[in-house]
Structure formats: C-alpha cells, structure tokens
Design a protein around this ligand. Sequence first.
Ligand code: UT7
Length: 330
Amino acid sequence: MNHKITAAITSVGGFVPEDRLTNFDLEKIVDTNDEWIRTRTGIHERRIQKGEGLATSDLIVPAVLELCKKRGIETTEIDCLIVATVTSDYPFPATANVVCDKIGAKNAWSFDLAAACSGFLYSLTTGATLIESGRYKKVVVVGADKMSSIIDYTDRNTCIIFGDGAGAVLLEPNYEGYGVLESVLHSDGSGRKYLRTEAGGSLHPTTLETVQARQHFVYQEGAAVYKYAVKGMSDAVAELMEKTNLTADDIQWLVPHQANMRIIESTASRAGVPLERVMINIQKYGNTTSGTLPLCLWEWQSKLKKGDNLVLAAFGGGFTWGATLIKWGF
Ligand code: UT7
C-alpha cells in the first residue's frame, strides 16, 4: 500500500463561448486566407467571447460550476482556487478572487498565476504541491484566457492564432499513486523579446501614446517562437520520459499545448507517440493560451481510463515551458 499523498484529478470542467470566428471571417478583416491558416497552423475557427461586461472570469465560472456539479460538491468545499491567465479581469485584484466571489467559494483562498501558455502546467504543479503537503483537500486549478481582449485584429501575424476559452480541474488527495506524478518546468525570461505585451505594466504604464502605438496588444515574432517552441516542448517531454522511465508505449495520451499543428506533430513524432494518441482540438479553438490543456482534458475525459498515463506539454511566453505526467485516477 502506497501511503504517499498524490494529487488526483477527480473532475474536469470547461467552457468556450458560442461565437465562432472562422478563417473566412478573418479573410474579410486582414490580408490572409483559409488555406494559408489551415496549412500553417491547423486552425479552422476560434471561439470569441462577445458582449458587454464579460471577462475572463465569466469564461471560468461555468467551467468551475460544471466541475463541482460532476463531483457532487458545493463551491464552499473548495479550499484553494488558482487561475492561470494572462488576461485577468483587472490588473488587480486577481481574477481568481473575482471567480470565488461569483461562485460563492467563500472558504477558498485564491490567486492568479501568470506563465502564459505554460500557465496551466505551472498551476497544476503548484496545486498538486498544496495537496501533497496534506494541508488542502480540494484545490481547483483553472487555465483561462480571453485572448480576444489583447489581440490586434489588424495584425495578421497574431489575430489568426488566438481564441477564448477556459478549463478547470479539481485536485484531491489520493493514496494509490494516481494523479500528478512528475513535472519538469523551465523558464527563460530572455525570450520576452519575441513574445509579450509591451505596455500596460510598470515598465510602460498606459498613456495615450502607448495606446496609439498599439502596444497593449500581443506582439509575437512567430518564426522565432516557433523554433524555440518545437525544441522546448520536445526536450521537456524527453526529459520527463527519462526522469520517469517511460517509453512511448507507456504513454496512452500526449496532451500538447495547442499553438500550431506543426509544433504538435513534431512533439508527438519526437516522443514516438502516434497522432491517434494525441489530443488535438486546435482546429476548433485555436490557441486559447492558458486554456488549451484543460480544454483538451475536458473534451477527452470520457475516453480516459483509470491508470492511463497522460503527458502534458506546453511552451509559451516568458519563455516558459515544461511537461507533466498524470496517471488518470477515475
Ligand atoms: O502559444 C505561444 C507560443 N506561440 C507559438 O508557439 C507560435 C509559434 N509560431 C507559429 O505558430 C508560426 O510562426 C506562425 C503561425 C505564427 C506563422 O507561421 P510561419 O510559417 O512561421 O510564417 P512566417 O511568419 O515565417 O511567414 C511566412 C510568410 C511570410 O511571407 P513572405 O515574407 O514569405 O512573403 C508572411 O508575411 O507568410 C506570410 N504570412 C501570412 N500570409 C497569410 C504571415 N502571416 C500570414 C497570414 N496570412 N496570416
């Protein structure tokens, strides 16, 4: 009997807004075309949150409520709620605080974690550590972004890629070896020159000039990020496999960040995992930044079997990157 506490995922929730932005819609806005976008990225459409007064927290609320309903728990039972996001409702307070207020999670402490596209992996490891410590019994880990709020829809380099969405998992203690078993996480801030939002922080606070210079939108040097992402994600998966003594045959599912179909394919190929065992929904949602990994778990949960080994991998702004092994527990 293994008495070590591990953090098992015991419920999953997700939410994407109804409105779709297709490649054909984008053809009307910027100089691009459906064929280019599909062949270069694998994306066909993305979901966009429309409507006044809606923010990232409104993507998260239905995802967390779904998760609670499926597990049969009240929101007051949540001990801690972590939101990975780069599109918080406000600069402060944290979106996690707003979510807890909206869902009535009165007994939870909550905070945001910013690690761009690796945010969910970072948060999952953080949440798992809280469970492993023995101090907390129910930790909700969310990955969510309203990317449409920081995308320049006149910039064809970025507007074709991103979409809005949220996913959430519930972590609970497990004594049989299921759950988050190992992680390799990395960061290198020198990558900020290739992918960032220039203004709105303490370096360049918001002024009329920063707004006019469109510095509050995502800036990305796509080709450079692509190169680092292919290497970073593949290396992280290889490092994790070596650390855990797993071969490709031991991995039932590879769960890659959904940034570009070509990055997904090369990560899968280097890991030796065939595409039929790779979770891919980029065609429907594009890159939802912190949302991609939990949205994959949300969509695939009915296919997952107890004991399946899942390898999650991500790369994103920072740079941040990593891979995590989960033994599925329900
Ligand atoms: O999630 C966070 C991490 N982010 C990523 O992992 C994203 C990594 N990068 C990428 O996915 C790809 O670099 C992009 C999808 C962003 C771009 O694809 P690419 O194959 O690297 O294209 P490129 O930027 O090297 O551009 C190739 C050509 C250029 O034309 P020329 O100079 O060869 O004539 C671009 O101007 O494609 C042109 N181009 C476009 N054409 C039609 C760039 N964007 C577009 C567009 N539509 N939207």
